[in-house]
Design a protein around this ligand. Structure first.
Ligand SMILES: Nc1nc2c([nH]c(=O)n2[C@@H]2O[C@H](COP(=O)(O)OP(=O)(O)OP(=O)(O)O)[C@@H](O)[C@H]2O)c(=O)[nH]1
Ligand SMILES: [Mg+2]
Length: 134
């Protein structure tokens, strides 16, 4: 079984909107929405991967990121580990630098059904975080 380990960023604006991108037509889980990020390369820490992938995919420079959660998920063809970070301070304006569809979505309107199954617990945690603070 193929093992894949990734780092993803939940980019959240001060007014509670999250920047998400859509997976390309020919990729694994095509058409689902995702948090920008990608595979950890040899000799990279998850945070280094996060900085690199976020720069490549949405062209922002991270100032501060808060580690949220690591989740594991078994797909048919791969065992996936996701390290998820919350990014609330950055330089630049996020855009889909690789030409993929993208949008800002209100956190309350994040719909786990539009994301791969592995994202479900991350989205739940995100919504619960705010309950604790509000
Ligand atoms: N970037 C990203 N990948 C995710 C998320 N949720 C999720 O299950 N994945 C899965 O994590 C794996 C790594 O995604 P990736 O963007 O780095 O890699 P990729 O499309 O080049 O993968 P591939 O070449 O195996 O198709 C993919 O299998 C993707 O479907 C997410 O929120 N963000
Ligand atoms: Mg990627």
């Amino acid at each position: 079984m193929k093992k894949v380990e990734i780092a993803v960023g939940i980019v959240r604006s001060h007014d509670g909107k999250i920047f998400i991108t859509q997976r390309g037509e020919s990729s694994h889980l095509a058409g689902f929405w995702e948090f920008p990020g990608g595979k950890i390369e040899p000799n990279e820490t998850p945070f280094e991967t996060l900085q690199r992938e976020i720069a490549e995919e949405i062209d922002i420079h991270i100032h501060k990121a808060k580690f949220l959660k690591t989740v594991q998920h078994q797909y048919n063809d791969r065992a996936l580990t996701i390290h998820a970070y919350l990014i609330e301070e950055w330089d630049g304006e996020p855009f889909a630098a690789e030409g993929q569809p993208s949008r800002w979505v209100d956190e309350e309107e994040l719909n786990a059904d539009e994301f791969p199954d592995a994202n479900r617990t991350i989205i739940e945690m995100l919504k619960n975080l705010d309950k604790d603070f509000n």
